[in-house]
Design a protein around this ligand. Structure first.
Ligand SMILES: CC(C)(COP(=O)(O)OP(=O)(O)OC[C@H]1O[C@@H](n2cnc3c(N)ncnc32)[C@H](O)[C@@H]1OP(=O)(O)O)[C@@H](O)C(=O)NCCC(=O)NCCS
Length: 186
């Protein structure tokens, strides 16, 4: 059975930790502040309209974490929640994890997510015996694509009209890296 730690230090003032139910109000307030920014690329904004919705989401994710199916990690910078970095799916048979992320618009442009994703990927591949990490992003979502590209992922391909985004289909580009590639640089 794969075990994933529920707290991962990234740097002196940047940490990842599993979301708790009592984070719901702070997390919802951040989502609400960034609603229009996030809605350009993420499909769930119209289903997140209250602290109660956020509480339900954290509860579902905690249950999935207990079953090791997924994990919702909060990105904390200087002791405040600035975004999330999630393990969205785990394929235990092939030791593969799919990760996704979003950040407070005001905190973008400083490398927080690249550093956070790098720390999580290192723990998954070197501490938790995962073999392969996958990141998927909208073809037009260049800031999101830049993260796997900066971290040395391979572009594996594009799925046409793979995700419904409110009122249209978007194409998704898939990036991946194996434990060998991560540790040897290729
Ligand atoms: C995707 C998203 C998290 C990327 O945020 P970001 O701030 O660009 O990513 P990072 O935090 O890694 O920061 C990278 C930026 O900081 C800069 N930077 C500064 N110091 C850095 C460092 N030490 N390491 C890496 N980058 C650094 C980079 O040059 C880059 O800036 P640039 O875009 O001007 O070149 C953000 O755009 C977002 O939340 N978007 C909406 C939700 C979304 O699309 N999620 C993904 C769905 S697939």
């Amino acid at each position: 059975m794969i075990y994933i730690p529920d707290a991962i230090p990234v740097s002196e003032d940047l940490n990842l930790r599993a979301a708790r139910l009592d984070d719901a109000a702070e997390l919802f307030s951040l989502v609400n502040k960034n609603r229009m920014f996030l809605r350009k690329h993420l499909p769930w904004l119209d289903d997140t309209n209250s602290v109660s919705d956020e509480t339900d989401f954290i509860h579902q994710q905690s249950e999935k974490a207990n079953r090791m199916e997924a994990m919702l990690l909060l990105v904390e910078y200087r002791n405040e929640i600035v975004g999330t970095l999630s393990i969205n799916r785990i394929d235990h048979g092939n030791r593969t994890a799919w990760i996704g992320y979003w950040l407070d618009e005001d905190q973008c442009g400083n490398g927080l997510m690249t550093k956070s994703a790098g720390a999580l990927i290192d723990v998954l591949l070197n501490g938790c015996a995962f073999h392969r990490i996958v990141i998927e992003a909208g073809v037009d979502n260049l800031p999101s694509r830049a993260i796997p590209e900066r971290l040395g992922f391979r572009k594996e391909g594009v799925s046409i009209e793979r995700e419904w985004l409110y009122d249209h289909w978007i194409d998704i580009v898939q990036y991946a890296i194996t434990e060998r590639e991560w540790n040897t640089g290729g």
